[in-house]
Design a binder for this molecule. Structure first.
Ligand code: AMP
Length: 174
């Protein structure tokens, strides 16, 4: 969607050389665009059976909380290590160099709860794949994954298997 792309700022070589960082701060600075994004996500999912929203730290929280408010659904947060007080479960996943991990409270998601995962951006899909596994450990079900931005040339969608993916601004190349 061009109205989304128009508010995304490209920052070359951040946070390291070779990365074209997609900056969403101009987008959330514009109330009309932020509202349209929330409304577009709400419109896409309002007929689906979704019991809760799971957002990934940290920019996922921005869009996830607005959507949870709009849809009147429970809001769950997946955080970087050491940010949530116990009891948590965690999952480790591979990065380009090394590994990282994510955590969620053990009592956060009910068994059988159908959740929508939301993050600002889908790149290689490693972060969301790990989040899916974390939800699976709690016996939740991932109904769908939503993103404001998708870097389609990195193939993240394929790593998410049969889970439906919806993105508002899709980049086929850099
Ligand atoms: P990935 O696990 O490779 O799909 O990376 C997704 C996560 O990394 C998201 O939480 C994004 O916020 C962040 N990310 C990855 N690439 C970019 C990029 N080019 N611009 C902004 N954020 C990015």
């Amino acid at each position: 969607m061009d109205w989304v792309k128009a508010k995304i700022r490209n920052i070359p070589d951040f946070p390291k050389p070779g990365i074209l960082f997609k900056d969403i701060t101009p987008l959330i600075k514009c109330p009309e665009t932020f509202r349209r994004i929330t409304d577009a996500l709400h419109g896409h999912y309002h007929d689906e059976k979704i019991d809760g929203i799971v957002a990934i730290e940290s920019r996922g929280f921005i869009f996830g909380s607005a959507l949870a408010y709009a849809m009147g659904l429970p809001f769950h947060i997946v955080r970087k290590p050491g940010k949530l007080p116990p009891e948590t479960i965690d999952i480790s996943y591979d990065l380009e160099y090394g590994t990282d991990s994510l955590e969620i409270h053990t009592t956060q998601i009910e068994a059988g709860e159908r959740v929508l995962i939301i993050d600002d951006l889908l790149a290689t899909g490693g972060t969301v794949k790990a989040t899916k596994e974390l939800i699976g450990k709690l016996r939740g079900e991932v109904a769908a994954c939503a993103f404001v931005i998708e870097l389609a040339f990195l193939g993240g969608r394929k790593r998410l298997g049969p889970t439906p993916v919806f993105s508002l601004a899709i980049y086929e190349d850099e």
